[in-house]
Design a protein around this ligand. Structure first.
Ligand SMILES: NC(=O)N[C@@H](CC(=O)O)C(=O)O
Ligand SMILES: [Zn+2]
Ligand SMILES: [Zn+2]
Length: 431
């Protein structure tokens, strides 16, 4: 059955498009896009007042399957993603066992395919068992569909292993994504090292714990002429390092999360474990530098680093609580309200960082509504005012510091390959 999306404001940064258009979907693909498409026999979805964008892509999530299904599984994660407007997510391999071989890559892919709500792009481990000693079977995993490699949750501390992995992955046109953290400087840290950590008597994580590893990765990428991607940048210094490296042609890319763009270390006041995340929330100077990095192109992608945990892992003393924030169902609303409206990032730029930006970093298809592309589409109601209610999440995780926040703008319909994977209650006419 053909579908005709009528009268939406269509934003497709890759085509430099921002105007009222109709979109015709046939056989799961974009069949036509134009001023006023008239065709008989298509299901018409009237979208006046709505924004239509390419399906959102999140290149950094944790779905916890296999091994930690009590935190999240591929089904609950997929539903959460679709509800947040996402059509593709790249899943980190810090599961149990870690995704360090082709069979496990196949497993998560087939689980997601059987659920059919999301395109799951598996990220394989850099090192066997994420132990940081021996390089994992990167080639095998790449040929089975791993889109990138990372030991996320942990850094790749051994610089020689990192250098080998970056060069090896480049032979398959794949990148290494590094969680940048100097283990000795991080040691026992709980929140950003600064005023609040002193006030709360919590062990601090200095900015240089991140920046040293960002610099190291840039130096390796430069020397070997290969690419590297920096996960969740949180400091002004990291943004500056990446900006300078890009300006001299180093193949470095990076990403930032809504929580690092919007919140500061103050969120941990009152020992709020829902604001405990790694890397930690930093200072106003850092959030401003991250916003600047989005505006000037230093930051390539907005990611959630969706990191669900069980209530029992958060409802404990601060230093015993797990690091992580769930993000799939709040990301778009937070970005529209606080990064576009408040901080003045251009809407099309923000959409780019959530679609074509990450697609370019990973070298995958998607992130555009060009004719012939898969009909992965997000419908946004830019005027819908709503309140974050963690108890309504599709995710099993409730660990958000944004509960109760009032936001404006929300994904109200998500389509993957032309099939509706999510409809908001405000769009009950469609299913
Ligand atoms: N970000 C986090 O605080 N936690 C992540 C790990 C990670 O992204 O490093 C997790 O897996 O829980
Ligand atoms: Zn990480
Ligand atoms: Zn992560």
């Amino acid at each position: 059955m053909k579908k005709l999306l009528k009268n939406a404001r269509v934003i497709d940064p890759l085509q430099n498009l921002d105007s009222k258009k109709d979109i015709l979907i046939a056989d799961g693909r974009i069949a036509d896009i134009g001023g006023n498409i008239d065709i008989s026999g298509a299901e018409i979805i009237e979208l006046s007042g709505m924004i239509v964008t390419p399906g959102l892509i999140d290149m950094h999530v944790h779905f916890r399957e296999p091994g930690y299904e009590y935190k999240e599984d591929i089904e609950s994660g997929s539903m959460s993603a679709a509800a947040g407007g996402f059509t593709s997510v790249a899943c980190m391999p810090n599961t149990n066992p870690p995704i360090d071989n082709a069979a496990l890559v196949e497993y998560v892919k087939s689980r997601a395919a059987s659920i059919g709500k999301i395109k799951l792009l598996p990220i394989g481990c850099v090192s066997k068992g994420q132990e940081g000693r021996e390089i994992a079977e990167i080639g095998d995993m790449a040929s089975c569909g791993a889109v990138a490699f990372s030991d996320d949750g942990k850094p790749v501390s051994d610089s020689s292993l990192m250098r080998k992995a970056m060069v090896y992955a480049s032979a398959f046109d794949k990148i290494i994504i590094d969680h940048c953290e100097d283990s000795a400087l991080f040691e026992g840290g709980q929140i950003n090292e600064g005023y609040i950590s002193t006030l709360l008597g919590l062990s601090g994580i200095p900015a240089c714990a991140e920046e040293i590893m960002v610099a190291r990765n840039i130096l390796i990428a430069k020397e070997m002429g290969v690419a590297v991607h920096i996960a969740h940048v949180s400091t002004k210094g990291s943004v500056e390092l990446v900006r300078r490296a890009k300006s001299i042609g180093v193949k470095v890319t990076c990403e930032a999360t809504p929580h690092h763009l919007i919140l500061t270390e103050d969120a941990a006041m009152g020992y709020n474990t829902n604001a405990k995340v790694n890397p930690p929330l930093r200072t106003k100077e850092d959030t401003e530098a991250l916003i600047e990095g989005l505006k000037d192109g230093t930051i390539d992608a907005i990611v959630t680093d969706h990191a669900p945990h069980h209530i029992d892992e958060k409802d404990v003393e601060f230093d015993k609580a797990a690091f992580g924030i769930v993000g799939l169902e709040t990301s778009l609303g937070l970005i529209l309200t606080h990064v576009v409206e408040k901080a003045g990032v251009n809407l099309s730029t923000a959409i780019y960082k959530m679609t074509a930006g990450p697609a370019a970093v990973l070298g995958i298809e998607g992130g555009t509504l060009k004719i012939g592309s898969a009909a992965d589409i997000t419908v946004i109601d830019p005027n819908l005012e709503w309140t974050v209610d963690k108890n309504k999440f599709f995710s099993k995780g409730r660990n958000t510091p944004f509960d109760g926040w009032k936001l404006k703008g929300k994904a109200v319909m998500t389509l993957m390959d032309g099939k509706i994977t999510y409809t908001d209650e405000t769009m009950h006419n469609y299913s």
